[in-house]
Design a protein around this ligand. Structure first.
Ligand SMILES: [Zn+2]
Length: 235
């Protein structure tokens, strides 16, 4: 047994019978920082994948699936790879996009809006997808950011087990830091598979969240941003 494996207690824990579902279905977020353990990255990706595959195989076995079936035998490692290298890769700060700022040479002092940024995330209460659109705006404090970087910041925070409220604030806080301005607005419109494909089974509802700070908390600027998001702009 490798030393790190000792930490993973696979015995049923005492809180197995705690009523956890109510908490998850209410989508309560505890903090805007993702709750990560201090030793989160002491294990390397290869060991994480090996262990996740092993444990996912156990889940499949418990469900009664026959792992010798050709179609199923690769699933534990596929899931492990997908978790570590793709859908939860944003947990690791090593994957955080580096942001380069440029001088605002054109002295453009209006808001810049990037709307309809498609993202895929996962609800941290059920580990099923949340997907939707993020709309981001800022007013330059003298520096500007490459447009693709806004997209990358959204994707980085989306690739974590998330709650939508936290995703919204994390994107906003990162942009404030990167752009050295408080004048940032973020609106997210998303579908939660835990609401549509299970639980209440509502396939039509969408969840909206927003974070407005600096000038974006003023009515005029906020309205301009929201109008832009809602406008049917044909380019
Ligand atoms: Zn959920």
């Amino acid at each position: 047994m490798r030393p790190k494996e000792i930490m993973l207690n696979t015995q049923p824990s005492n809180n197995m019978h705690v009523e956890v579902d109510d908490f998850g279905d209410d989508h309560v977020a505890s903090s805007y920082e993702t709750p990560l353990r201090a030793d989160a990255f002491e294990m390397d990706d290869d060991l994480k994948m090996e262990l996740i595959a092993k444990h996912f195989e156990e889940i499949m076995q418990i469900l009664g699936l026959d792992l010798s079936d050709d179609s199923l035998k690769g699933t534990p490692m596929r899931v492990a790879k997908m978790y570590v290298k793709e859908v939860f890769s944003g947990l690791n700060p090593a994957n955080k996009p580096t942001v380069r700022l440029f001088e605002n040479k054109y002295n453009y002092s209006e808001m810049l809006v990037e709307r309809d940024i498609t993202f895929y995330s996962h609800c941290e209460h059920h580990f099923v997808p949340i997907y939707g659109k993020a709309h981001v705006a800022y007013i330059s404090s003298g520096k500007v950011i490459g447009l693709s970087k806004i997209n990358r910041i959204v994707q980085y925070y989306a690739k974590r087990p998330q709650v939508q409220e936290r995703l919204t604030v994390q994107i906003a806080e990162e942009l404030k830091k990167a752009l050295n301005t408080e004048d940032v607005g973020v609106v997210i419109d998303a579908n939660h598979m835990c609401v549509s494909s299970r639980g209440v089974g509502d396939t039509n509802s969408k969840t909206g969240t927003a974070h407005f700070s600096g000038k974006f908390s003023e009515e005029g600027t906020k309205t301009e941003f929201l109008n832009y998001i809602n406008a049917n702009v044909q380019l």
